[in-house]
Design a protein around this ligand. Structure first.
Ligand code: R5P
Length: 318
């Protein structure tokens, strides 16, 4: 694929493998940059390529360590802006702090909005993200956002599996629309779990709306963090007599007790994408499979660069 020198893609340190795969898809090298630290721990980034008048993209997931990766992204954006890049797109495959998106109790922040402001202030002209947790997060940015979804990658994988007697289960009420789309693409029934959250890592699946007895279940979610949501829902659907349980999620955070919970859960396969590099411990879990979002991101970047439609990706696929 021929793309001229006007397109530059830089990689932060959070997910160089994904940034490399995106560049490989586009047939261009990863942009040159040197990252070092001052003795007091502050980061210094020096862009080594000429970016004046270029269309620049920085690929950086703000995954754990979240603050470290976020500040690095902000420094990259500032650096490119001051180096006279023509247009700068923050490519944030995993957008940390997204789940704090409303004040549902007193005296708490809305970090999703704060981070959106920081990214725009640092110099981004556009944002390219994948499953930002909620579609309305696009409105937190005062710059254009192209919002991709891991569904494009995951639903093809599950479709190729030709799962019989399929029921797609939304593990919570917030995910119903996504589950309904999976059900319609894959030709399955829909069921919904009602869950209660008691804290950041403690949830309980209370009730199931729909039937799963004798059915194979596909549970889909945007993120597996502590895995409380999917494991609790898996216990519930298993107790209602389902056969196999497959889980598909865009972001495999696998934080805290996640891997222990997944090991004990009645789940046959867990499929995530590579928006976040898989933790070392998770690589040993054979039930966890990782699909790459690189082609989808690469295609979106190509279209943004050429001022072509990104939304048509959803109908055409990649
Ligand atoms: C909730 O709104 C999200 O869609 C996920 O279900 C949730 O954030 C997953 O978190 P955990 O794995 O810690 O239950």
């Amino acid at each position: 694929m021929f793309l001229n020198d006007s397109l530059k893609i830089f990689s932060g340190t959070s997910n160089p493998a994904l940034a490399g795969a995106v560049c490989k898809y586009l047939g261009i090298p990863v942009g040159g940059a040197k990252l070092s630290r001052f003795p007091d721990g502050e980061k210094l980034i020096r862009i080594e390529d000429d970016v004046r008048g270029r269309d620049c993209f920085v690929v950086q997931s703000t995954c754990n360590p979240v603050d470290e990766h976020l500040v690095e992204l902000l420094i990259y954006l500032d650096c490119l802006r001051r180096a006279s890049a023509k247009r700068i797109t923050a490519v944030v495959p995993y957008f940390g702090y997204a789940r704090q998106d409303r004040k549902d109790e007193g005296r708490v922040p809305i970090t999703a909005k704060l981070v959106a402001n920081l990214i725009a202030t640092a110099g981004a002209d556009r944002v390219l993200g994948i499953d930002l947790h909620a579609h309305q997060l696009q409105g937190f940015f005062d710059i254009p956002v192209d919002h991709l979804t891991g569904e494009l990658v995951l639903s093809r994988y599950f479709r190729d599996k030709k799962i019989e007697s399929l029921t797609v289960v939304s593990p919570d009420v917030g995910n119903i629309k996504t589950a309904a789309r999976y059900a319609s693409h894959l030709g399955g029934d829909l069921a919904i779990v009602h869950k209660r959250r008691f804290s950041g890592d403690r949830v309980q699946a209370d009730e199931l709306i729909g039937h799963v007895e004798g059915r194979n279940v596909l549970m889909c979610d945007d993120i597996i963090a502590t895995a409380g949501t999917v494991c609790s829902a898996a216990d519930l659907v298993k107790s209602r007599g389902c056969k196999k349980i497959l889980v598909g999620a865009t972001h495999g955070v696998f934080a805290g007790p996640a891997l222990d919970r997944l090991a004990a859960a009645p789940i046959d396969e867990i499929v995530v994408t590579d928006t976040i590099p898989l933790k070392e411990e998770a690589r040993k879990v054979s039930r966890i499979k990782v699909l790459s979002a690189a082609a989808m991101l690469g295609e979106a970047i190509k279209r943004i660069h050429r001022d072509e439609s990104v939304s048509s990706l959803f109908s055409q696929g990649v």
